[in-house]
Design a binder for this molecule. Structure first.
Ligand code: ADP
Length: 206
């Protein structure tokens, strides 16, 4: 029997468990699947982390640079064989020296290169493709950074709402049943605050 939405999205602050998530007083789990944490994504012991990559998939600044540094040179070697990736799409690699088993390289939109509607469609597509790849590769846990909100200049509040609404939609479509934990991993306190403020619009308390 399919659980009702209110059961699925019940707001419960159950503690983070053996996912080995870092302890932080503002971390919380909002239902049986969604967590919002503030952490360095390269420190997570998890099945998959998402990289906010660029089209070349050969490393860059921000979270991309941090992931490549922590994974070691084997990551860029594998990436060289992937032939790049379009904005809005994602490709998966191993995690190498990272504690995460896999890395899903998603290419976010550059806010100023696209109109807002195009940018929104591409940002949502990054989250969807990330989730699809996670399911396809039987990952149980996946963490997303705030894609496009750094160098790519996507407005932070809009990025948060677009990410939450697309993940909610994916779950409502029944496509994320194999996933046990979807983590929004913020690096900046500003984004952590934005996620806390906006999460209940998409995953309302009951
Ligand atoms: P983009 O080019 O997609 O904008 P950036 O790496 O510049 O990517 O920024 C995306 C987000 O990743 C920003 O919110 C930034 O603060 C965050 N970030 C940077 N380093 C890390 C990290 N080690 N772990 C998690 N998030 C990070």
């Amino acid at each position: 029997q399919i659980p009702t939405l209110s059961l699925l999205y019940k707001l419960s602050r159950i503690p983070l468990d053996a996912d080995h998530l870092p302890s932080h007083e503002s971390n919380a789990t909002f239902n049986d699947k969604i967590s919002i944490i503030k952490a360095d994504i390269t420190s997570l012991v998890i099945d998959g982390i998402v990289n906010a990559a660029n089209e070349a998939l050969l490393g860059g600044g921000g979270v991309d640079g941090a992931i490549h540094r922590a994974a070691g040179p084997d990551l860029v070697d594998e990436c060289r064989g992937l032939d790049g990736c379009d904005a809005g799409d994602a490709k998966i690699t191993d995690g190498y020296d990272l504690p995460s088993k896999k890395v899903i390289h998603a290419v976010g939109p550059r806010w100023y290169a696209l109109g807002p509607e195009d940018a929104q469609a591409k940002l949502k597509s990054c989250y969807r493709r990330g989730l699809e790849l996670a399911v396809e590769h039987q990952l149980k846990s996946i963490a997303f950074p705030a894609i496009s909100t750094g160098v790519f200049s996507y407005p932070n509040v809009k990025a948060c709402n677009d990410a939450l609404s697309e993940v909610r939609k994916f779950l409502d479509e029944g496509k994320g049943d194999g996933l046990q934990r979807i983590i929004f991993c913020n690096f900046l306190q500003k984004d952590q605050d934005i996620y806390y403020k906006n999460v209940s619009k998409h995953f309302p308390p009951v």
